[in-house]
Design a protein around this ligand. Structure first.
Ligand code: SF4
Ligand code: SF4
Ligand code: SF4
Length: 295
């Protein structure tokens, strides 16, 4: 289990613990150490600031320039130049951190919450300037969800029913968008994301091999070579460089030390040869949660 499961999961996966979605967490006064790091007295204060500066900045009607935006992966990166990677990482884990989720666990999360709101994608606004990308889904345990907390933004937010959200996530799964879950002052869970290479966290962490923004999933994928015909369809789906082709064997191999467990490669396999297995069952992957291995 990842560090968040140990600290915040009480024997379960941390994102499947109802207490981490509780409204009380939003209003509770933060410790002085947390206040110093997040620059807010409560989680609500931080989340409102994040929502206004990052999420709503990506909506053309509320749009700020990128220079005005705070709490974004890119702005925090530049202010972090003087600190060690360990210090940056530990602060990120307190403020806003994610974990990759396969579709099965996304669906469990959707079943747990009462309200799901589709929102503009702050990263794609920063990386592409586009204001019409809506791949973020805010979660709430009351029927008012995100809308109740941010009534001024109601016109640009879509509250969707669970069946529709599951349909959309399955569609994104087939398209190869990586699902992830995020905290807004840990362990409070704020939302589910669907990311590609325009994601700022992906760019800075995976592409540039920078300080991590998210944990790997609690799983990895493995290929059954009795079923694999070596068609290579799965290889185009992997955004983490975890798959290799053996021309001698005409098979694809998943390197457990590189696999982030997104599970996306399964959707393209015509032979159902790829299986998701718990990370802890594969010794080569069991203790790897953060490190990105450059190719
Ligand atoms: S994490 Fe993904 S979906 Fe969320 S804002 Fe960034 S790119 Fe968009
Ligand atoms: S090999 Fe691992 S990281 Fe790559 S797509 Fe499959 S599950 Fe995701
Ligand atoms: S898509 Fe399936 S059959 Fe094709 S190479 Fe990948 S694991 Fe093998």
């Amino acid at each position: 289990m990842c560090e968040f499961c140990i600290k915040h999961g009480e024997g379960k996966k941390w994102y499947l613990q109802m207490k981490n979605y509780a409204e009380e967490l939003l209003h509770e006064e933060l410790s002085s150490a947390q206040k110093d790091i997040v620059k807010a007295k409560t989680r609500l204060e931080w989340n409102l600031r994040f929502f206004e500066n990052f999420t709503m900045a990506a909506d053309s009607r509320f749009s700020k320039t990128q220079d005005e935006s705070e709490d974004t992966p890119s702005s925090s990166e530049t202010s972090e130049v003087q600190r060690t990677e360990h210090e940056i990482l530990e602060e990120r884990k307190v403020i806003h951190f994610g974990q990759v989720l396969p579709i099965e666990d996304v669906e469990k999360v959707i079943d747990m919450v009462d309200s799901i709101t589709r929102m503009p994608c702050g990263c794609r606004f920063i990386s592409t300037g586009k204001t019409d990308k809506r791949y973020c889904f805010g979660l709430g345990v009351d029927k008012w969800g995100i809308l109740g907390k941010f009534p001024d933004a109601a016109s640009s937010l879509e509250v969707l029913d669970k069946k529709e959200v599951k349909r959309i996530f399955r569609e994104y799964d087939n398209e190869g968008l990586i699902h992830s879950i995020w905290t807004g002052v840990t362990p409070y869970v704020i939302g589910l994301c669907n990311c590609d290479r325009d994601c700022m966290a992906y760019k800075l962490y995976i592409e540039k091999v920078g300080t991590p923004y998210f944990f790997r999933a609690e799983y990895i994928c493995q290929i059954d070579w009795d079923l694999c015909t070596g068609c290579k369809s799965c290889m185009s789906q992997c955004q983490f460089g975890a798959q290799f082709y053996s021309s001698a064997l005409s098979k694809v191999y998943i390197d457990p030390s590189r696999c982030f467990g997104c599970g996306l490669c399964r959707a393209t396999c015509p032979n159902d040869a790829i299986k998701l297995v718990p990370r802890h069952k594969e010794p080569e992957a069991a203790d790897i949660w953060l490190r990105n291995v450059p190719r």
